[in-house]
Design a protein around this ligand. Structure first.
Ligand SMILES: Cc1ncc(COP(=O)(O)O)c(C=O)c1O
Length: 337
């Protein structure tokens, strides 16, 4: 049994690809970063290039804002992992506010409604990269998500824009990272030695980090987007989430968010005092759990970012895993405490 790590790709799942041409004319971007940059380049045409983002954020979002020449103002989240509404006045006319649906657990519709009613000038971007199923909330001006954290695809991201179209009048190149990511994911499927497929996945990450332009998705992402049964995946994730929450609660695990049957989580965060040693000892049981996120220079003074960087561990509950694998994950975790 092996739990965690990037998705593998079974070439059989792409058997229609050689004859495929996308049915819809939706533009898919290469990843969350590209989607965000596309939104920012659209906003920039008519608004000041100033964006408010949470301190607790992954470096790729900061990178996308900087690459789009936006001035960044950081804000500290409140205890519900939301933008503190009492700080609304710190946002000047027509500036941009980015809010994140962390792990898929943050319900922001009421907050967005209040902001829009009080300050319709503020442009809201909802970052739904960790929540594929919430991308179409009604209040934000823009929301975006990314596919590769949710499905076996090397790339792909989508933007939903309200009352406007991201009319770029421009041709975007297809990204170059999808190819090494694809090869690595297929090799992983064929159980080659870890060092072999990881070399390709790493090469893909390096290519992502080296790109500061908006790029579009590969045909593989279009194919996956049009041929995936999202409903089945959603149900499986919800089942695994429910099970892991029940098992974890029995053993007294400290879940960051209470159980919510409407949530389709990316993964399920818990807080552990001895997070690093637990994470390391799980490796010997072939369990590789992610953390969100290590501290960076822009957020080293943020208390929430510090706590998460030190103590958060993400339990995986995605569609790859059976009930037995969920039980194995919890049993190994409890043993390593
Ligand atoms: C909340 C959030 N936003 C944006 C991104 C960037 O997405 P991508 O890696 O697809 O560029 C990530 C990536 O981890 C993320 O977690």
């Amino acid at each position: 049994m092996r739990i965690g790590g990037e998705f593998e790709i079974n070439p059989k799942d792409l058997k229609g690809l050689p004859d495929f041409s996308p049915k819809s004319n939706i533009l898919l971007y290469s990843n969350g970063r590209s989607a965000l940059m596309a939104i920012l380049s659209h906003i920039k045409k008519t608004n000041p290039s100033i964006i408010h983002i949470p301190y607790y954020i992954c470096p790729s979002v900061v990178f996308a804002c900087e690459a789009s020449d936006f001035q960044i103002h950081f804000y500290e989240l409140n205890s519900s992992f939301s933008f503190p509404i009492e700080n609304l006045e710190s946002i000047k006319k027509n500036e941009v506010l980015l809010c994140v649906n962390y792990f898929g657990f943050i319900e922001s519709n009421l907050l967005f409604q209040r902001i829009k009613e009080d300050r319709p000038d503020i442009i809201i971007i909802s970052d739904q990269v960790q929540s594929f199923w919430k991308n179409e909330d009604i209040w934000p001006d823009y929301s975006f998500t990314s596919f590769r954290k949710h499905f076996p695809t090397p790339d792909g991201a989508i933007v939903v824009a309200k009352n406007t179209e991201l009319n770029h009048n421009k041709y975007f190149d297809t990204n170059t990272f999808f190819w090494p990511k694809f090869i690595g994911s297929v090799l992983k499927h064929y159980h080659v030695h870890d060092s072999v497929y990881l070399k390709f996945l790493k090469e893909g990450e390096c290519k992502i980090d080296a790109t500061n332009e908006i790029t579009k998705a590969s045909e593989i992402a279009y194919y996956i987007f049009e041929n995936t049964n999202f409903e089945t995946i959603k149900q499986k994730r919800k089942e695994n989430y429910k099970l892991i929450f029940e098992l974890g609660t029995k053993h007294g695990l400290n879940f960051l968010f209470p159980y919510n049957e409407n949530t389709v989580p990316l993964c399920v965060p818990i807080i552990l005092e001895s997070r690093d040693s637990v994470k390391a000892s799980l490796h010997s049981s072939n369990i590789f759990l992610p953390i969100h996120w290590p501290l960076a220079d822009y957020n080293s003074t943020s208390l929430i970012s510090q706590r998460m960087a030190e103590k958060e561990l993400s339990l995986v509950i995605d569609q790859r895993y059976s009930t037995a694998e969920m039980e194995y994950q919890i049993n190994c975790l409890i043993k390593s405490l």
